[in-house]
Every structure is written in C-alpha cells, then in structure tokens.
Design a protein around this ligand. Structure first.
Ligand code: GDP
Ligand code: MG
Length: 433
C-alpha cells in the first residue's frame, strides 16, 4: 500500500460521519500513523504530526461554510504539506550544475531529464561525463545527450578533474551539467574526487540525487554529502516505484535541504518540480490540472494540438504517441484525481497501447487511411497479426475500436463548443466549462 492509499483510507474514517468526536479522530490518526510509518517516515515526526492534527481537529472550529469533515481533511492536508518540506526551483540562468550521488541513485538519468527540462525552457545545455568509475556511464550520457539534443563532452580513461576542466573550456552553453562518479557509500576517495571537481568547476548548484527507496536514510546521506562538498538541493528519484517516497522527502525536510525535483519514471519527461502542496494534494486525490496541462503541452509534438479535419489511423497514431510521451498512465490518472483506478486497469491500458502501436506499425499506408480494407480482407488481418506479433482477434478488435473512436471524433467535430474547450485545454489555457 502506498502513502496515498493509506492516507485516503484513513480519511474515509471521517467521511459521512454525522459526529466527528475524539474517538473518530483517534481512529483516523491511527491509520495515518500507520501509513506514514510504512512509508518510512521518522517515528518522532509521525508522533509530532499526529499530535498536531489531533490538537487542531479537536479544538478548531470549522470556518463558516465548511463542514467538520472538510475541515479535518484540510487540517490533514496542511499538516502533511508542512512535513514534506519545501521545494526550490532551479533558476533559468547561465550556470554550472554538479550532480552527485551514490551508485544507481539515478544521477545520469536525471541529468538527461534536467537537460530536457531546461532545453524546453529555452536554455542551451552541455553535459560533461566525469563519472570515471563506470565505463558505461560515458555511453549512457552521450546517448541521453543525443536524445535531448544537447552538447556532450567526455573522454575515456582520463582523470575526472581533467575531463571537467577540458569540458568547461570546450562547452559554450548556458548551462553546463557535470555527471560524477558514484560509490556504494560516501568514502574518502569519493569525497576527494568530488572536492577536486568542485574546486575546478565552482558550480552554482550542487545537487544530490537519492532514490526514494532509501526512505529516512536520506537524512543521513544528505547531511554527509552536505558536510563534505556542500549541497544546494536534492532530487529524489524513483518516486513512482517506491513506497518510501514520503520517508525520503520528510527526511530531507528535517535535514533542512530543499528538494529541487522528484523523479517519477525512467523517461526523459518523468521529472517534476517539487511542490509539497501539489504533492500532498495528489496523495489525497485532489486533481492537479496544472501539472496535467503542463505535461500535455510539453508532450505534444508540433502541430498536434490542432484538431485535424480527418481522423484516420495516422492521426490516431500521433495522438497515441503524444499520450505515451506523457509517461505512465498511473501518473496521468493521479493528476486527474483518479487515484483509485485498479492496478490491472492501468496495466491493461498500458498493454493495449503497446499492442495498438505494434499493430499500426504493421499496417500499410493505404490501410491506415482506410481501415475498412482490413475489416474486409481476412488475409490482411493475418498479415498484420504476423507482422506485429499480436493475435488476429486483437487486430480485429483494434479496427472495431478505431471505428468507434472515429465516430466519437466526428460527433466532437460537430459540437463546436466542446471542440473549443478541448483546444483551449490542449493549448494550456485552462477549461472554459
Ligand atoms: P546513476 O548510477 O546514479 O547514474 O544511476 P542511473 O541514472 O544510471 O539510474 C539507475 C537506474 O534507475 C536506471 O535503470 C534508471 O532508468 C532508473 N531510474 C532513474 N530515475 C528513475 C525514476 O525516477 N524512476 C524509476 N522508476 N527509475 C529511475
Ligand atoms: Mg551514472
């Protein structure tokens, strides 16, 4: 059970109750405590926040127009937001960013994501591969830089300080990001290496990358790195997969180190500025339209936000691609406030998208324009099934589903008001409902 599930379940203790008395509050708090402890939040902090929620819930009168129930939920929201710490934005300016962290924490991947983030906001970015411990680190960063379209500097079998020195001379970008070596733990060797890079680069930002699954150990780790090289912020990665994200976030808050980003997946777009209010809102199942619209905007390929006249499989494919660029379905559902979508529905959805993509890739141009060709010729179904490795029945199902979507699309085109709203939404101008 993740933190969100636990907290929402706890809140059901007060929904629909005519009388919210001490025993109801205590029972809700027990569930909240359990959820926080399972998420590896420090026990003293759990105790402190429970006391605070209890005190406020029992003593404060709800403001006019707010039910007791809503008031207690608001208190839970506010107190949780407080313990999640503070976010900090990376400035869009000329600067050098040094990224540090232990093995496998997600340094190199986040560098790809941050470069992508900055590029989308108009900055030119160059990356330096100064992780000499892992031979594959060079190729991984080079590959990511190609994907993002930023500059790259690296040198094999060299000294990390020299690579940084040369990289800084060569790269003329607004933002330079330096990837560094990891270790299993912060030892003297790593400290020496990082200090030496730090002295050469004099970075504006020194950002520690930690994986959410270390939970409350994040406090100790952040403090150690802070003591040896100094930190300006942290990134908590793998917030999508670990149940201990709450533990890691609160630990950073206790250590007094601000969270710059959270990593929510393996793709380039799977990074979010950390905003504790939004984060807790999502845990509680409150929709996060701002984040959703931001995602839609950045995931849409050029021109894809116009509603085309003709809806054929190519159009559908473009939209499918854009949707996939937006990351895992689970995250999208959560942003829409649909937090209790069953896991198998999410997984089935992902699987279906994979299958549809494979089917479309095996269709000819003529078939994409006119899917009826497939419906009418069983030999085409067989060919597509063989080509895509998807069963003939699924191929037929796709053609039928597509027919339904096309109908819906045509209805939408007739409905001008709805269409305007959709376009406004895709352009990030908010809903006009
Ligand atoms: P490094 O050793 O610190 O440079 O770590 P890498 O960047 O190579 O990442 C280690 C692994 O974590 C890779 O398999 C990444 O795909 C994965 N990873 C990185 N960030 C995230 C994230 O936010 N979520 C998930 N699920 N995986 C991530
Ligand atoms: Mg790496």
């Amino acid at each position: 059970m993740d933190l969100g599930d636990g907290i929402r379940k706890a809140l059901t203790k007060i929904t629909g109750k005519a009388l919210i008395d001490e025993s109801v509050i205590k029972s809700m708090l027990k569930d909240i405590q359990r959820a926080l402890i399972l998420s590896d939040v420090n026990i003293e902090l759990v105790y402190k926040i429970s006391k605070e929620i209890e005190k406020r819930a029992l003593n404060e009168k709800p403001p006019i127009g707010r039910s007791m129930n809503e008031h207690v939920s608001a208190i839970v929201y506010e107190e949780l937001t407080k313990i999640m710490g503070e976010g900090r934005k990376i400035e869009l300016k000329k600067q050098t960013i040094m990224v540090l962290g232990l093995f496998g924490s997600g340094k190199t991947t986040q560098i790809g994501k941050i470069s992508n983030y900055l590029k989308k906001r108009g900055m030119s970015v160059g990356v330096i591969a100064a992780d000499m411990m892992r031979p594959a680190a060079y190729d991984q960063l080079e590959q990511l830089s190609k994907q993002v379209g930023c500059n790259f500097y690296g040198k094999r079998n060299a000294n990390s300080s020299d690579v940084v020195k040369e990289g800084l001379q060569r790269l003329k970008n607004d933002v330079i990001i330096i990837d560094t070596s990891g270790r299993d733990a912060l030892d003297d060797e790593l400290t020496t290496e990082l200090k030496s890079i730090e002295q050469i680069a004099k970075p504006d930002e020194k950002i520690l990358v930690m994986s959410a699954d270390i939970g409350q150990i994040a406090k100790q780790q952040a403090e150690e790195f802070n003591k040896s090289v100094g930190l300006t912020g942290v990134i908590i990665t793998k917030m999508d997969g670990s149940g201990k994200g709450g533990g890691a976030l609160t630990a950073c808050s206790v250590a007094g180190i601000k969270v710059v980003f959270i990593g929510v997946g393996e793709k380039l777009d799977d990074i979010e500025e950390f905003n504790p209010g939004k984060f807790v809102g999502r845990l509680l199942g409150v929709p996060d339209f701002e984040a959703l619209i931001e995602k839609v905007k950045t995931a849409m390929p050029e021109g894809a936000n116009e509603i085309p006249e003709e809806f054929d499989i190519d159009t559908f494919y473009k939209q499918l691609k854009a949707a996939r660029n937006m990351g895992p379905l689970k995250g999208l559902f959560e942003m829409m406030g649909m937090v209790n979508v069953p896991k198998d529905v999410v997984e089935q959805g992902e699987q279906k998208m994979d299958q549809y993509e494979a089917i479309i890739n095996s269709m000819t141009k003529a078939e994409r324009k006119n899917p009826d060709l497939v419906r009418k010729h069983p030999s085409r179904v067989t060919r597509i099934a063989n080509g895509s490795g998807i069963s003939p029945s699924t191929v037929k199902e796709f053609i039928t589903q597509f027919g339904k979507m096309k109908k819906m699309y045509e209805q939408l085109q007739k409905n001008k008001g709805m269409q305007k709203n959709l376009q406004r939404m895709l352009k990030g101008k908010g809903f006009g409902f």
